[in-house]
Design a protein around this ligand. Structure first.
Ligand code: AMP
Length: 396
């Protein structure tokens, strides 16, 4: 069966068509700058030439129809008919407290996605438009929602409650939800398999370090804590997100710079992180190059990033009263051996010891700790699209 995976972001749509017989990607692509002046599609049919075009896309509905056209196109298409698509798996940002697992989409599911617009104002509306566009183009094809928040729904109350007036939790469901759930779920399961851990007696910390970054503490296969919160802003220092700051910064900055709360939040989400600390880039390859040329701020930015990760790992070891395995994934986690080493060098108190040669490996599942290490340390490449496709297949 072929499964189409749709990931509608605030102004983008990423997609993959996956053949579930052998879990191979048949085609993938991205529509960018949706709703802006210069929207474009890049469609990669894997075994044929990549197709690129600038096409007006006022909304995600138009983007979805362009994706379907590209998949069916005579020259760069990979399908003869839409009937070949067995199901569509949609990444949905926020399922609130309602969904702790993926679900086949019906009117009720769409109502909940709509109810969560306030919690995911940039993504949930785009997700719903993507779902409805697919429904109208493929009325007989099952659609599945895979929520970014679902995996974290097993967190205990003590981990997800914010210590603010209780009525705001009751009235508005303000609490920690966590994100990157599909990745944390997929990777933590691989850690147990690959690391030969006992699924019912295991303590795992997953470090998803990409442009967006989050950690999760996973005990016996269930998430018990994670670093992102009500929104993806909380927690680690990221590419352009600040991560944890004193909430009073919002008021202080709004007053000093005469900004609205929305404007300050925009700064904390899009103009902060290692990009702001370094003044160079959000990309760790550029930060490394700048640091090598003697740029102190670039070096300091990476130091701060690593320090925050190390502190979160320490807090999750405390939360679980131990740790069996620590795993790195996503763009930085999979590729940046220097950052991995900096983090692991601060974990010698746990008995962590890594093999320098193995730590140079990129993009494959590998145990990078030495046999003497008291904690297994590994790299597990994440694959959110495949995880979404697997969940979709399992449900239909
Ligand atoms: P992601 O959000 O998971 O796609 O990760 C993207 C980020 O990974 C980029 O912004 C870079 O900071 C980082 N990254 C990707 N490739 C490398 C690499 N070879 N070395 C260091 N960092 C990398």
């Amino acid at each position: 069966m072929k499964i189409l995976v749709m990931n509608c972001g605030s102004s983008s749509l990423k997609y993959q068509l996956i053949d579930m017989e052998n879990e191979s990607v048949i085609a993938k692509g991205i529509c960018e700058m949706i709703g802006q002046d210069t929207s474009s599609i890049k469609h990669d049919p894997i075994t044929k030439d990549v197709y690129k075009a600038e096409v007006p896309m006022p909304d995600h509905k138009k983007a979805v129809s362009l994706v379907i056209e590209a998949l069916l196109d005579e020259n760069h298409g990979v399908l003869k008919s839409m009937d070949e698509i067995g199901a569509v798996g949609h990444r949905v940002l926020h399922g609130g407290k309602f969904y702790s697992a993926s679900i086949v989409i019906n009117e009720d599911v769409k109502r909940v996605i709509r109810e969560c617009f306030d919690l995911g104002p940039l993504h949930n509306p785009a997700n719903l438009i993507g779902i409805e566009a697919c429904e109208s183009l493929m009325p007989n094809t099952p659609q599945v929602a895979v929520f970014d928040t679902a995996f974290h729904q097993t967190m205990p109350k003590k981990a997800y409650m914010y210590a603010i007036p209780y009525e705001y939790y009751e009235k508005y469901a303000i609490r920690k939800y966590g994100f990157h759930g599909t990745s944390h779920s997929y990777v933590s399961k691989r850690v147990i398999d690959f690391g030969k851990l006992d699924p019912d007696n295991s303590k795992v910390i997953v470090c998803h370090l990409g442009n967006g970054a989050s950690l999760s503490a996973v005990q016996n296969g269930k998430c018990v804590d994670t670093s992102m919160g009500l929104t993806p802003l909380e927690g680690l220092i990221m590419g352009t997100r600040s991560g944890d700051v004193d909430a009073a910064v919002v008021q202080y900055l709004a007053n000093k710079e005469n900004l609205t709360v929305d404007q300050v939040l925009n700064i904390l989400n899009k103009k902060s992180g290692v990009e702001a600390l370094s003044g160079v880039s959000s990309d760790f390859r550029k930060l490394d190059a700048a640091a090598k040329e003697g740029n102190e701020r670039a070096k300091d930015a990476v130091d701060s990033f690593v320090y925050r990760v190390v502190k979160y790992i320490g807090s999750y070891v405390a939360a679980m009263n131990g740790v069996d395995a620590i795993c790195f994934t996503a763009g930085i986690g999979e590729n940046d051996g220097k950052v991995r080493k900096m983090i692991c060098d601060s974990l010698t108190y746990l008995g962590v010891e890594i093999d320098e040669a193995k730590n140079q490996v990129r993009g494959e599942e590998i145990l990078i700790s030495t046999p003497a290490s008291k904690v297994k340390v590994m790299i597990i490449p994440t694959n959110e699209e495949l995880a979404i496709a697997r969940e979709t297949l399992a449900l239909i």
